[in-house]
Design a protein around this ligand. Structure first.
Ligand SMILES: Nc1ncnc2c1ncn2[C@@H]1O[C@H](COP(=O)(O)OP(=O)(O)O)[C@@H](O)[C@H]1O
Ligand SMILES: O=P(O)(O)OC[C@H](O)CO
Length: 582
């Protein structure tokens, strides 16, 4: 860790500026009255916590949380509000920006109400607040009214699949014709030959990502092409855009901060990974204006202060994409450390230090964190699985086979195996390592005996198989063998799934005592910015799962999974679908 401190260098603690209080965080209760909230507080006495305190907002795909941590990293108080998912058309997934903001404000209100009622301390004991967020999800708003100009287009939304085709074709032509195109201006670190460049990887060298509906650039292009309000606001100079961190920072700061951090920016396809700046060649390629984008900051610095509401005046001091925040929260600060977060989707990140490692096996190269404006940028390889916990939600909401995630876990527990059944939840295509927009969900290997318990188990197993494939790719790309996997996220409550994961990987799986590592990562980065923490904390293992499955059975199961994947790929004829949409 001393090494980390050296790398971080001098943190800029003098960034506080006197912002005028121009904004009050008025709450609209109408949009959120109908949803169930979850509050939790510790059974410990308030005086047993160690001051000072740090807060973190975790704005995830399925819910929003606000948590207060003490100096030991223990949770004092938390409040969670579920978020409405809007599916206006097949493949479309949207969130209401106003509801997102309301959910954040409600969470803060509830925690602070209890904070005072139970005498935990004063507002001055809360030294900073951090933001962590679902990444890639893109929103545009009017800078004068602060009103969203569109519903946020969520990361797993696939409405842009025809645009992905358009950009892939554009790349194809450029590869053929040009010697000065984007991909040829920078050399791949491993010396890969640009002539062999696949069109979908045309920009990978610069931004670390392949063409996919997943990333923000295509979502922005869609907004400027299809959303009249966005176009008009831009023409008037009133349009701001960003990922959810930007939307929250803008509103929490009363319209003073239009910022994002390097981790979120690295998910847009518009940031150059080598310079950590917006790149004109990338914005030109995607035909999106550069002037509407937020300023890119480090992940840990006092950006400004919160304006209005119960945290008025408290520094806003960290922003991290949720998967990167989990890396920080799991204390994965050393090169070769990895974690897997099981939430709505499931994301495995592997720390590659200051080196940008290009993937040759279907992974993404991304920024892991930059803990201070003068600190080095640390990179990661990432493998994302689009459907993990959302597969469980699909079983509950669409199939109606249970009424809660816990019931799904119990159902899965009631059978010894899936009876040969496999479920590939490629609802929005397949992410890593396949990147196939043409894949769709399949259930295979059904027989007269198959029942809902087998289905529940096969959904849990699908997350484990996909993680296995991501880990295999990671080991190939890094040339490294993992010895254990740290896990977290809402779905990691499920011990059955974690045992299956350990069996399929053939590795120990470590679950921390506190599963709120994403939130804690944001709190930790905020705490570092204001000097509350100066060095990493101990990773506390709550449960350890070790492999119990014999090698033959494991290999047989993985073979079956690969067969199931082959049925899922190439299901959709993208060209035909594009024609139908026109
Ligand atoms: N016991 C369980 N078994 C399986 N899935 C679970 C269990 N508990 C929670 N989940 C799943 O975890 C997801 C929520 O995790 P969370 O980390 O809060 O998500 P996000 O950060 O994406 O909003 C939900 O999709 C839920 O279905
Ligand atoms: O909301 P989560 O936890 O599923 O995370 C979403 C990811 O950030 C999408 O890239």
């Amino acid at each position: 860790m001393n090494q980390l401190i050296k790398k971080i260098g001098t943190l800029d603690h003098h960034f506080y500026i006197n912002l005028r209080k121009i904004y009050s965080t008025a709450l609209s209760t109408t949009t959120i009255n109908h949803i169930k909230h979850y509050s939790s507080s510790s059974s410990r006495t308030p005086s047993s916590f160690m001051k000072p305190f740090i807060g973190a907002i975790d704005q995830g795909t399925s819910s929003t949380r606000f948590i207060l941590f003490d100096k030991n990293g223990d949770t004092l108080l938390s409040h969670q509000v579920p978020l409405t998912q809007h599916y206006p058309h097949s493949g479309w997934v949207e969130h209401d920006g106003k509801e997102i903001l309301d959910s954040v404000n409600i969470c803060i209100e509830k925690v602070m109400q209890e904070f005072y009622e139970k005498n935990y301390g004063t507002k001055e004991d809360i030294k900073a607040v951090g933001i962590t967020n679902q990444r890639e999800t893109t929103i545009a708003w009017d800078k004068n009214t602060n009103a969203p100009l569109n519903n946020a287009i969520v990361w797993c939304d696939t409405r842009t699949s025809d645009l992905v085709g358009y950009f892939t074709n554009k790349a194809k032509k450029l590869i053929k014709n040009s010697t000065t195109a984007v991909a040829t201006t920078t050399k791949l670190e491993d010396g890969a030959n640009n002539n062999e460049l696949e069109p979908k990887n045309y920009l990978r060298d610069k931004c670390g990502l392949p063409f996919s509906t997943y990333f923000s650039a295509v979502k922005l292009k869609w907004l400027f092409d299809n959303c009249k309000q966005v176009k008009e606001a831009h023409e008037k100079g009133d349009c701001k855009v960003g990922t959810i961190d930007s939307w929250l920072a803008w509103n929490l700061s009363g319209g003073k901060l239009h910022i994002t951090d390097v981790t979120n920016a690295s998910r847009t396809m518009l940031m150059n990974l080598h310079t950590c700046k917006w790149d004109k060649e990338l914005t030109d390629f995607f035909e999106v204006p550069i002037d509407v984008l937020p300023e890119i900051k480090s992940s840990s610095e006092a950006y400004g202060t919160i304006q209005g509401g119960p945290l008025d005046g408290v520094p806003l001091a960290s922003i991290l994409g949720d998967q990167q925040a989990a890396m920080v929260g799991q204390m994965c600060f050393e090169k070769s450390q990895a974690k897997n977060t099981y939430g709505t989707g499931c994301f495995l990140l592997y720390n590659t230090g200051e080196k940008i490692v290009p993937s040759r096996n279907g992974l993404l190269t991304t920024v892991c964190y930059q803990l201070g404006p003068k600190a080095p940028v640390i990179y990661a390889l990432e493998g994302g699985v689009a459907v993990a916990g959302s597969g469980v939600q699909w079983l509950i909401k669409n199939m109606g086979i249970a009424s809660s995630s816990k019931e799904i876990e119990d159902l899965a527990h009631s059978v010894k195996d899936t009876g040969g059944m496999y479920f590939v939840p490629a609802f929005s295509g397949l992410f890593a390592p396949y990147w196939r927009e043409d894949a769709r969900g399949v259930m295979v290997g059904l027989n007269h005996h198959t029942n809902k318990a087998h289905l529940a188990l096969s959904v849990l197993e699908s997350t484990c198989y996909q993680t296995y494939e991501v880990l295999e790719a990671m080991q190939k790309d890094s040339g490294d063998k993992l010895i254990e996997l740290r896990v977290d996220g809402g779905m990691a409550k499920n011990n059955l799934m974690l045992q299956i994961q350990s069996d399929i990987l053939g590795l120990p799986v470590l679950k921390p005592t506190n599963l709120e590592t994403t939130c804690f990562g944001a709190a930790f980065a905020a705490g570092m910015a204001v000097g509350v923490w100066k060095e990493s904390m101990e990773f506390k293992t709550g449960m350890k799962f070790t492999p119990q499955l014999d090698e033959n059975t494991k290999l047989k199961k993985i073979k079956g999974w690969h067969k199931a994947i082959s049925k899922s790929i190439n299901w959709i004829d993208l060209e035909e679908e594009q024609e139908d949409n026109e």
